[in-house]
Design a protein around this ligand. Sequence first.
Ligand code: KIV
Length: 304
Amino acid sequence: MSKHSQTRRITAQNLIEKKRRGEKIISLTAYDYSTARILDKTGVVDFVLIGDSLGMVVLGYPDTLSVTMDDMLHHVKAVSRGTDRALVVADMPFMSVHVDFESAIRNAARMVQEGRANAVKLEGASALTLRLVRHLADIGIPVMGHLGFTPQSVQTFGGFKVQAKTLDSVRRLIEDALALQAAGAFALVLEMVPVEVAQLVSRLLAIPTIGIGAGPGCDGQILVIDDFIGKFPDFRPRFVRTYMETQQQLTQAVERYTEDIISGDFPNPLTEAFAFPADLLDGLRLLEAEYTSAETLEPSLSGV
Ligand code: KIV
């Protein structure tokens, strides 16, 4: 947050050390300042991810494919301003790191330079991605990998489907995970893979795995904040545990607000509004008399 803040920010290295000590890594997504601030102040959230899931839960797209660098940067900046303890990880959106090596580096660097992110996250383990991870790690931009169900490949997968359900695909997943680790990734998100597979990959890697729909064997867990607080109304994946019922509470709150306005209960003139200076009240009455005289009423009445 403040440039004068004394809080020490969690680093990518700290997350690797947590895995070594057998301590679970706690993370959630956030897309705005106030949510990030609340999560950061809990003092237990190790990293906050500005996921491209913002395309679905904040911007209302059916998937993450339409999210742009500008969309991401707008939210990465807000979340960075809201945190001074948690590591801030910025998701690289679809096509931002897939066109060519130079533009990929430039886009990742923008997340750090303009967005003030501490790390970036990339999906998959293509040759270009592995080369990029190596280069970013070399120039001091920590990279989190993401395997299993990678939402930017939803069209290839043919929907939101569990991955690594055959021995061949598990072998591929292991090879990709080891390649990302060798390239210098500091952590790996495993999304929608079977419990036993996530457990195996977590045992094989020295870097921490962060599970979402991957069971308890991962070194840490992440959930999309809107799912976590029951705010996303369109669907609720099986792997989500909802810790608050925001949709229901917000609906009830709007109903109560409406009743209070109609009944005149809200706003309370003494505690939820501002009083005019008492010594000027006589003057206010005179003004009223002046403006409610016949001549002043006439134009407005004739205009009805
Ligand atoms: O975009 C996102 O929020 C993510 C998490 C689901 C890991 O990638």
